[in-house]
Design a protein around this ligand. Sequence first.
Ligand SMILES: Nc1ncnc2c1ncn2[C@@H]1O[C@H](COP(=O)(O)OP(=O)(O)OP(=O)(O)O)[C@@H](O)[C@H]1O
Length: 256
Amino acid sequence: MLEISSLNKVYESPGRRVEAIGSITFGVGAGELVCVVGPSGCGKTTLLRCVAGLLPASGGEVRVDDVPVTGPPPRMAVVFQEYGRSLFPWMTVRQNVELPLKEKRLPADRRRELVAESLGAVGLADVADAHPWQLSGGMQQRVAIARAVAYEPQVLLMDEPFAAVDAQTRADLEDLILRLWRDLGVTTLFVTHDIDEAVYLGQRVVVLSSSPTTILEDLKIDLPPERDQLTTRSLPRFGELRGHVYRQIQRARGER
Ligand SMILES: Nc1ncnc2c1ncn2[C@@H]1O[C@H](COP(=O)(O)OP(=O)(O)OP(=O)(O)O)[C@@H](O)[C@H]1O
């Protein structure tokens, strides 16, 4: 569903050249959930922006469902870290979730249905008429997730979506993502700097090196498919996998 081939990204400005991504190649199969993890500044956001068609690649290409990405693909949704900046404060929760559906030119009935379903799925049906600033950080991020889900994307990209919320909320949101992913079967690429989160959520974890970034490892997460915050995280295999990824990232940082 998603193919990233020899992707290279260089930021160039007068007197400054930063090769953020050296060369990255990997794919995400239809319905798969793949996490990308790497040391700070290794180009995770750059990678995601190139995949989302928000930044032009300097070399290589990204394909979604075999179509080269040259701008934001029509059936892709992105959830960013900064929920505070991604929701419109003057619109209600309902209006925020509905906006992309209007842009998609869906009829009013269908829009109402999708907004109600997605707000229900994230447990926010009762705050549909509130404004984002009246909600907690975790609730605002759930609105952003509902907005992405209502859009019925083929591919869902998430850029450190839970970095700014507290640990308990984060655990709840991780389980929400797993539930939605299972229910909807949406192809998901999830970028995080949190190794535990990557191992807990992913069917695979792609480990990145420091900039100029390459892939250190594309690791299959052979944990039972049903994940649970208590059981999964206390499995010996979970500890082994997180230790393995941790060592890879430490090595990558050391080589900087
Ligand atoms: N607009 C830009 N212009 C120039 N350089 C940039 C720009 N955006 C990012 N970079 C550089 O590209 C590299 C990768 O940055 P990026 O934000 O993609 O990394 P990241 O892995 O998401 O970082 P973090 O983990 O800290 O969020 C860094 O060296 C950064 O300074």
